[in-house]
Design a protein around this ligand. Structure first.
Ligand code: R5P
Length: 293
């Protein structure tokens, strides 16, 4: 028995198992059920007394349910004698509502960070950071953001010949430009205007020749897919040879995967922060490195 336990939440059992193996920790899945009235039942898989506990909880799908599960698990582990509780959120939900866009709206990211305080610290992978400087600025417990950029760069280098990287909007420089820098390939970041959660327009800012090129569109999240679809349209217009859509978090809401294929994506690749058939990049190594470091 190890003095560290990794507990896998409903959406992250596979990833948690991989992580436990990498750091030589005990692994168990959180035991959850529903009471007849719809409330969440939760039990830890084994005693955590005297152990460091790492809870891995990706918050998609069913973010609301998962938030309750996360809070219950963290608090229960503390009550039952864990020496430290670390929450690993491969995908941390509700970060995109990062201001009151319209009067009277809920400012979600601040509230979510406030209710996730039962753990001693939190680690999130490529959290959506736009109007805040870093994750710590909205958390009261120590909060660390880590990035899958190195893994994505490696994937591109191994699998795509002479790529050119496109970032769909100004914020995507954190992924598109940084990844391009690592592997020394051409990159351009486009200009996006969002009208609603399902309507965006995208413009190329620079003269770039995409004819016959292997285009890789890199972003943090694919949700409805509309952002990617608009870039695909531009790349097709400019006669790109192949178009790969690559994102850290594959949410694929409202049948986005099918829509992306229909729009002309040659391939769609994501990490396993949200488990999908597109999850070709495993992030367990960067979580293990962060925990060891
Ligand atoms: C927004 O700023 C994000 O970086 C993504 O571009 C966005 O969340 C993607 O959403 P969707 O797939 O719904 O267009």
């Amino acid at each position: 028995m190890s003095n560290t336990a990794v507990l896998g939440g409903t959406n992250s059992k596979e990833l948690a198992k991989k992580l436990a193996k990498r750091i030589n920790a005990d692994y168990g899945a959180l035991i959850t059920d529903k009471f007849p009235d719809g409330e969440t039942y939760l039990k830890l898989p084994f005693s955590v007394e005297g152990k460091k506990v790492i809870i891995v909880e990706g918050m998609h799908p069913n973010p609301n349910e998962i938030l309750i599960e996360t809070i219950f698990a963290a608090r229960t582990a503390k009550e039952l004698g864990a020496t430290e509780v670390v929450l690993v959120a491969p995908y941390l939900a509700y970060l995109r509502q990062d201001k009151r866009f319209h009067p009277l709206e809920c400012w979600s990211n601040r509230i979510i960070s406030a209710i996730l305080h039962f753990a001693d610290r939190i680690i999130a992978i490529d959290p959506h950071i736009q109007r805040i400087t870093d994750l710590q600025s909205i958390f009261k417990i120590p909060a660390k953001q880590i990035t899958a950029n190195a893994l994505i760069a490696e994937y591109i280098q191994k699998n795509i010949k002479e790529p050119v990287i496109l970032g769909p909007d100004e914020e995507s420089y954190q992924w598109a430009e940084k990844i391009a820098e690592r592997i020394h390939v051409e990159v351009t970041v486009l200009r996006k205007k969002r009208y609603t959660s399902r309507h965006v327009t995208i413009k190329l800012k620079t003269d770039i020749n995409l004819k016959g090129r292997n285009v890789v569109i890199v972003d943090d999240i694919i949700s409805s897919g509309h952002t990617m679809i608009e870039v695909i349209k531009q790349a097709k217009k400019m006669k790109a040879k192949t178009i790969t859509c690559l994102a850290v978090h594959g949410i694929f809401a409202e049948n986005a995967l099918v829509k992306l294929k229909k729009a002309g994506a040659t391939s769609i690749i994501t990490t396993n922060t949200v488990l999908n058939k597109t999850s070709k990049i495993d992030v367990s190594s960067i979580i293990a490195d962060e925990l060891k470091g």
